[in-house]
Design a protein around this ligand. Structure first.
Ligand code: CAO
Length: 466
């Protein structure tokens, strides 16, 4: 008899919510067959089996929260005869030599899984499966390791992406990290290829402690306040935070607590550009896009940050440096029924508005169909958040850390504007620019926003310099 346990999943994943158990008692399974779908705070992961045989007992069900190392099911492998091997010792899932476990990265999602708790052993059709390297033997990990502030659903640390899903670190370094409660995959490695040393782990721990200390100082009054008993005033219902909501909450709290925000407002006269939009809408539709103010603004922002490079920068407080990006990637906030997701339009400065319209359309569809990958949402330089399709006048968007600026767009309305000694009906678009005041001065922000307004009002400018 063998046990199948949740293997190490990489990318700081310590466990997750069971979305689907893809085997039933009596099923005959083979190695590498997807058997479990887990929703973590960063991705939905499809876990393949490292055992083969007939399923005898299934110990988890949809909705369970399980950790790496938990037994999922047992199999009778007597008849398998394919070298599935005996069950590893209890708590040793991390020591299992996984059969090149496959995980599928896609944004954490809150959508309800298929109705049946246990289904046939079939991978979900929409999932892409990414290969994950084998892991070395390692004892059970600290269940509650300390994490660096989480970039949430919006961005992944470049260093981690570059060095792959599993951090290069020796067993001794991993042990040290585990003992002091650090997620080793989050430690920036100073060695060749990002290899992590014991000193890197200690330095990372020191940094977290100092940031936790200052955050605690800043938010002490919030942290210590207990909620009232709401039931005193009527019926209430409690629901657990979904993974995507938790990740968004952590990410936005981090951004809000770290970035000194300022928001500036302006209005752009979109009467002419709106006429152009209507004129060319069908043409763009034929290419598969929806020509909207969002697409036009993505292109305008992409050109604007080439002129105002500090708007496409990040602040590295550790090293006392500003990081100026030479590429132009624009994030677009997309509203989904599971929460906010921010896919990124890459090299937006090199694409025309039709191409951008098509990409936004595709990204929004992927977001709503739960098909966005973490990569699709990484590497943005500046973000646009357009709530105008819904309504509203102005709002104060939160900067999407580690970016330094975000443009909020509200609903364009026709209003009287004083032009040529008379009031004329003009369609005006309210814009809200939030920025990190450590990096951007107010005067520069106003110049930037004015530039954007002028580019909207005189679209020829884009062709002139774009
Ligand atoms: N003012 C007036 N009309 C607007 C508008 C605005 N600011 N923005 C969009 N519209 C219009 C569009 O032109 C379109 O009109 P037509 O039907 O005539 O073409 C219609 O509203 C629907 O547009 P859309 O919203 O489907 O398309 P979009 O490209 O503008 O936006 C997307 C795409 C994905 C950004 C949007 O659907 C969305 O999810 N917005 C919400 C973003 C969000 O939640 N932000 C908050 C984040 S928290 O900071």
């Amino acid at each position: 008899m063998s046990e199948f346990k949740v293997p190490e999943l990489g990318e700081n994943v310590v466990g997750g919510d069971v979305m689907r158990v893809m085997v039933n008692v009596g099923d005959t399974i083979v190695r590498d067959q997807p058997v479990l779908e887990l929703e973590t705070d960063k991705a939905t992961i499809e876990v393949p089996s490292n055992v083969a045989g007939t399923v005898k007992e299934v110990r988890v069900k949809k909705g369970d929260k399980i950790k790496v190392g938990a037994v999922v099911f047992t199999v009778d492998d007597a008849a398998a005869g394919n070298g599935a091997g005996a069950a590893p010792a209890a708590g040793a899932a991390a020591t299992v030599e996984q059969p090149a476990p496959k995980a599928e990265a896609k944004p954490a999602e809150h959508a309800a899984p298929p109705a049946a708790e246990k289904t046939d052993a079939k991978p979900a059709a929409e999932h892409k499966v990414l290969p994950m390297p084998q892991r070395n033997a390692e004892p059970a990990r600290n269940p509650e390791p300390v994490r660096a502030p989480d970039p949430g659903t919006r961005n992944a640390e470049p260093a981690q992406r570059e060095r792959g899903p599993v951090a290069p670190a020796s067993p001794a370094v991993r042990r040290l990290a585990r003992e002091i409660g650090i997620v080793v995959d989050e430690v920036p490695g100073s060695g060749p290829g990002g290899r992590i040393s014991q000193d890197d782990v200690k330095e990372h721990a020191r940094r977290i402690l100092s940031s936790v200390g200052s955050a605690a100082g800043a938010g002490a009054s919030r942290a210590t306040r207990a909620l009232p008993d709401f039931q005193k005033w009527g019926e209430v219902e409690r629901q657990p935070l979904s993974n995507i909501r938790r990740a968004t909450s952590e990410h936005l709290s981090y951004a809000w607590n770290t970035i000194p925000h300022v928001t500036q407002f302006d209005k752009a006269d979109v009467t002419s550009i709106e006429a152009l939009r209507r004129k060319y809408k069908d043409q763009v539709a034929k290419a598969g896009g929806n020509l909207t103010v969002t697409a036009m603004l993505v292109r305008i922002l992409a050109t604007a940050v080439r002129t105002f490079s500090q708007f496409n920068a990040s602040i590295d407080t550790e090293r006392g440096e500003l990081v100026y990006k030479k590429y132009v990637n624009v994030g677009v906030a997309v509203d989904t029924d599971r929460g906010l997701l921010v896919p990124v339009i890459r090299n937006a400065d090199r694409k025309n508005i039709t191409e951008i319209s098509v990409e936004i359309q595709q990204a929004a569809e992927k977001a709503r169909e739960k098909k966005l990958t973490l990569e699709d949402m990484s590497g943005g330089g500046i973000t646009i958040s357009n709530l105008g399709g819904i309504g509203g006048t102005y709002f104060t968007p939160i900067v999407n850390w580690p970016e330094v600026a975000i443009l909020g767009v509200s609903r364009a309305v026709t209003e009287p504007a004083w032009r040529n000694e008379t009031f004329e009906p003009r369609q005006m678009l309210p814009l809200s620019l939030s920025y990190d005041h450590r990096v951007i001065d107010g005067a520069d922000a106003m110049r930037f926003l004015r530039w954007v307004v002028e580019a909207i009002e005189q679209p020829f400018l884009l062709s002139l310099i774009g």
